[in-house]
Design a protein around this ligand. Structure first.
Ligand SMILES: Cc1cc2nc3c(=O)[nH]c(=O)nc-3n(C[C@H](O)[C@H](O)[C@H](O)COP(=O)(O)O)c2cc1C
Length: 314
């Protein structure tokens, strides 16, 4: 793709996407857990040019998470983490929202709990603090919340408890470590989810061959980054086909080409995480690449490509 030198003469509508009643300047959203631990950091992330930002997952009470090593790079652009949902608790975290909102981009608050009632309590406090959407993390592979995302019934019931209590859109972040992801996605939709996010990290482990023991303090964790992209694209493709709510793609996105691939599979927007270990400059380069792609194929708005890969499938 040849990159345009600047985005100055590009109509602002070209990269604009709109779903669940929320307007995003572009389809690139900060994924949960990637530096979104304070209002200042969320604002810094937004200033890189992202279309939206997601907070670190926040629960009902403070949680220290696991000891180090908690994040390791296991290959080029591929990480293994078990942070253990470290967070200050919702009562403390709500004070970070005004600073995040000053960025001007939509703020998505990732929430978790150990029961529907706890999710509801955290989601209601997040709504009161003025966030634009709730993302229910039912999928962290190294914490108990993954058991919710592994059961269609628990997913349905937990989502519907939250849906009945808040007015803002609810995104449900799916657990890829299941036998039938579509069944869980459908349960989330039936429970009232306004969108699903696919995927969270994939369960994994690395062993230090000299110490002869697992490297992570928690022993096992979740794999993110380049290695999980094909699994994430397949999840988005299948969910787009099965559901009627928007799908937000996530997993191994490092370039404009990756974003286009996810959108062709059916993603209305994408979330980026591991790529930011290389800094925030990548956002500008991805946006330039998306503009170049639109220009190359005379696409008037990036949203026009959503799900287009399905039309070729017979
Ligand atoms: C260090 C680290 C911490 C994460 N913390 C969270 C979290 O708190 N909540 C959540 O839903 N996902 C969390 N994730 C998962 C990411 O949001 C994302 O789903 C995953 O990393 C795949 O995207 P990527 O390949 O672009 O990183 C975390 C990922 C990493 C690498």
């Amino acid at each position: 793709m040849s990159l345009p030198a600047s985005t100055e003469n590009v109509p602002s509508s070209l990269l604009h996407v709109n779903f669940c009643g929320i307007s995003f300047q572009n389809p690139l959203i900060l994924a949960s857990g990637i530096l979104g631990t304070s209002g200042a950091l969320l604002k810094k992330a937004a200033s890189s040019g992202l279309g939206g930002v997601t907070t670190k997952s926040v629960g009902p009470r403070p949680r220290y998470g696991y000891l180090n090593p908690s994040v390791i790079e296991i290959g080029p652009g591929t990480c293994l983490n078990a942070v253990g949902l470290a967070n200050p608790g919702i009562m403390e975290f709500v004070s970070e929202i005004p600073a995040a909102k000053a960025s001007g981009v939509p703020i998505i608050m990732s929430v978790f709990g150990s029961s529907g009632e706890e999710y509801k309590r955290v989601a209601m406090a997040a709504q009161d603090a003025g966030v634009d959407a709730i993302e229910m993390n039912i999928s962290c592979p190294h914490a108990k919340v993954s058991s919710i995302g592994a059961s269609a019934k628990l997913t349905h019931d937990t989502v519907s408890t939250v849906k009945n209590s808040v007015k803002i859109p609810i995104f449900v972040k799916l657990n890829p470590n299941v036998t039938n992801l579509i069944e869980i996605g459908m349960a989330a939709e039936d429970g009232g989810a306004d969108a699903v996010v696919a995927i969270n990290t994939i369960r994994g482990m690395a062993i230090d061959i000299h110490a002869r023991k697992p490297i992570l303090f928690n022993q096992s964790g979740g794999v993110s980054g380049k290695s999980i992209k094909p699994m994430a694209v397949k999840a988005v493709f299948d969910l787009y086909k099965a559901l009627s709510i928007p799908v937000i793609g996530c997993g191994g996105i490092f370039s404009a080409e990756d974003v286009v691939e996810f959108m062709l599979a059916g993603a209305s927007a994408v979330q980026l995480g591991t790529v930011f270990m290389h800094g925030w400059e990548i956002v500008d380069s991805i946006k330039h690449g998306l503009i170049a792609y639109c220009n190359q194929y005379s696409i008037p708005s990036i949203g026009k490509i959503i799900g287009k890969a399905h039309e070729e499938v017979v």
